[in-house]
Structures are given as C-alpha cells and as structure tokens.
Design a protein around this ligand. Structure first.
Ligand SMILES: Cc1cc2nc3c(=O)[nH]c(=O)nc-3n(C[C@H](O)[C@H](O)[C@H](O)COP(=O)(O)O)c2cc1C
Length: 186
C-alpha cells in the first residue's frame, strides 16, 4: 500500500491539483490524503468559474487547522507530500521551518524524515525572497518543481499543459505514467 499527501494552497493552478489528485487516487493500492488551506478554498471558487478547478470528492480531507492529523507526526509513514499549487506564503513557511498549520508541519516532518517533498510554485516573476526561500527549501531536501509546462511535446489543449506538469510530479514520486509524450520517445 502506498500513501501520498496532496496539500493544496492558495496559489493559482487548481487544475494541476485536480489532475494530480485523480492520477494518484486512480492508482491501485494507493491512498491519497488531502489538506486544503483556507486560502485554497477561495482560489478554488475563482478558478471554478473558468470551468476547471479542484473537484475531488472521495478521500481523506484535512483542514490546515487540524494539527492532530496523522501527517503532523513523523512515525506516520507516507511516500511523498506534494504541495500543489504552492503559494509563496507556504513556500516561505516551508523554507523557514514554520509549523503553525498542518501543511507547514507536514512539510517540516517530511524533511526531517527524509521523505519526498515536492513544491509546485506558480508565481512569476520571483523576488529575491521567493528565490531565497526556494533555495532554503531545496537545500533542506525539497524538490522545487515550478508549474512551467513545456511546449516541445506540442500541446493541443490546456489539459495537455496540465498533464505535462502532473506527469513530471509523478516522475519525481517514481510513479510510472504516460501523461505526456517524452522527449526522445516520439
Ligand atoms: C484568486 C487568487 C489567486 C492567487 N494566486 C496566488 C499565486 O499564484 N501565488 C501566490 O503565492 N499567492 C496567490 N494568492 C495569494 C494567496 O492565496 C495568499 O498569499 C494566501 O495567504 C496563501 O495562503 P496559504 O499558503 O496558506 O494557502 C492568490 C489569491 C487569490 C485570491
């Protein structure tokens, strides 16, 4: 049994979270636990208006305020935490070791337990504080995987762009996938 945590924060990019959730929850013998920040709920409402947002219905959901949740402790085993999309506020908290909500705490625990932690920021442009926080998180062991889809695979739809990023996230969780055509294989 594999277990993954998807933390959704209040950055733009809910279609990434939606596709990632469905990709993970469709895997055999896999459990997906979801943490949704308060700000993410607001962004979901904005992005729902565009017809694509986060729409997971089944699964285990936790509030950012629930510091008694299993992922707040290091003895609870999981196989990766993905913060997608990752706001600059959450990046700052992760890069500086804050643990005052469940997402920050779960990230801090993932780093100390040497478990995969993938941050998917969307922000552009980046100021020096963002860059410093990314470097701090990366040095501590996180993977910074910006939502910067490529065009070399000739996307024909927004979903193709989303799939490229989600496929790269799955790659970094060592999950086989064919969400996008790979360089050198087409
Ligand atoms: C519609 C909308 C879009 C936003 N997009 C971003 C974004 O792309 N990146 C970001 O860092 N913050 C963005 N924000 C601001 C964050 O939601 C805000 O900084 C919040 O405090 C983040 O909290 P959280 O990290 O706990 O979810 C956005 C806010 C709104 C309402």
């Amino acid at each position: 049994m594999k277990r993954y945590i998807l933390a959704v924060t209040g950055a733009s990019g809910m279609p990434y979270a939606d596709t990632l959730y469905h990709a993970l929850s469709g895997l055999p013998e896999t459990e997906v636990q979801v943490i949704i920040s308060e700000s993410a709920k607001a962004v979901m409402q904005f992005e729902a208006a565009s017809g694509t947002s986060f729409s997971a219905q089944n699964g285990h959901f936790y509030s950012e305020r629930d510091l008694t949740a299993p992922m707040a402790g290091g003895s609870w085993i999981h196989h990766g935490l993905v913060i997608c999309p990752c706001s600059m506020a959450t990046l700052a908290a992760v890069g500086n070791g804050l643990g005052n909500n469940l997402i920050h705490r779960a990230a801090d625990v993932a780093l100390k337990e040497k478990r995969p932690l993938i941050l998917v920021p969307r922000e552009t442009p980046l100021n020096q504080i963002h860059l410093q926080n990314m470097l701090a998180a990366s040095r501590a062991g996180a993977t910074i995987l910006p939502a910067s889809p490529g065009f070399y695979h000739r996307p024909e739809s927004i979903q193709d762009l989303v799939n490229h990023i989600v496929g790269r996230i799955l790659d970094h969780l060592q999950i086989d996938n064919s969400l996008f055509p790979r360089w050198g294989e087409g």
